[in-house]
Ligand binder design. Structure first.
Ligand code: HEM
Length: 241
């Protein structure tokens, strides 16, 4: 149940602070970095249960990062002028950068000790486990690529075509997160793990609705000749790049 509560709280904070996130992004980037450092240091000490439940575990499991990524994903569905589009679309870049910083805490928590197990782990020969780790590595490469190209100082050095081509990889990123979560949690869920069952059900609902809606919006926009928003051209216009 914690996964649902943490994701709901994350989305609520984004909606309540959407103006501040857009006006003062570096304050929130700093806050995300502070949360990353607190997580790294937090692993060195014994912490009260509440801190573990509402901070350390959501950071380790990338749940806060996923809550933010879900807003970035669903904001992309609003291609026609609407209140939701005006509220969510302008802050996708800033949210992607914040979510990236928080997702690095998960990669930090699991990388080396799990990564090496891909090759040497006789303990867990499960294909699903190896698939989870393999997708974890691909996800990390995509996360670094999409995260870096979200910054204006990097975007400025790229052609619009090259930048837009790279942003399209975000669909593969989202799809691989779903595969990664299914691969890593299927075993515990099948063995009756309640938290794993709830997490799989919740993520399946969010990802399947998103991909079905994304394809439907794409077909509708093609039919109605609705141009996709050009974030690169917009930033160029505003002099950000
Ligand atoms: C080398 C890189 C990675 C490794 C070794 C890795 C490993 C793991 C492991 C072991 C779990 C199970 C955690 C648990 O049940 O407590 C997990 C879960 C998960 N991973 Fe990764 N991961 C990697 C990269 C990523 C990336 C880049 C993302 C996305 C930004 C991601 C998203 C998730 C999510 C959403 C879960 C589900 C957590 C839950 O709620 O139970 N992982 N990963």
């Amino acid at each position: 149940m914690n996964t649902l509560i943490v994701i709901a709280l994350t989305i609520l904070v984004i909606v309540l602070l959407h103006k501040q996130i857009k006006q003062h992004p570096y304050v929130f980037y700093g806050l995300a970095c502070a949360m990353f450092v607190a997580f790294v240091l937090g692993q060195l000490f014994y912490l009260p249960k509440a801190v573990n439940v509402f901070f350390m575990t959501p950071m380790r499991r990338a749940t806060i990062a996923m809550g933010i990524f879900f807003v970035v994903m669903y904001a992309g569905l609003f291609t026609k002028p609407s209140r939701a589009k005006r509220l969510l679309k302008p802050m996708r870049k800033e949210l992607s950068i914040i979510a990236g910083i928080l997702a690095f805490a998960h990669v930090y928590a699991y990388n080396f000790n799990y990564f090496t197990r891909i090759f040497v782990d006789k303990l867990n020969p499960l294909i699903s486990f190896k698939l989870a780790l393999f997708t974890g590595v691909i996800l990390t490469i995509l996360l670094i690529l999409l995260w870096l190209t979200s910054f204006n100082f990097i975007k400025r050095k790229m052609t619009r075509q090259r930048w837009k081509a790279i942003q399209k990889w975000s669909y593969l990123f989202y799809a691989l997160i779903f595969v990664h979560v299914l691969a890593i949690l299927m075993q515990p869920a099948l063995s009756g793990g309640r938290e794993a069952q709830i997490t799989i059900a919740l993520y399946s609902l969010i990802f399947i609705i998103y991909f079905v809606a994304r394809i439907a919006v794409y077909k509708r926009d093609k039919r109605e000749h609705i141009e996709e928003d050009d974030a690169y051209a917009k930033d160029l216009e505003k002099g950000f790049i």
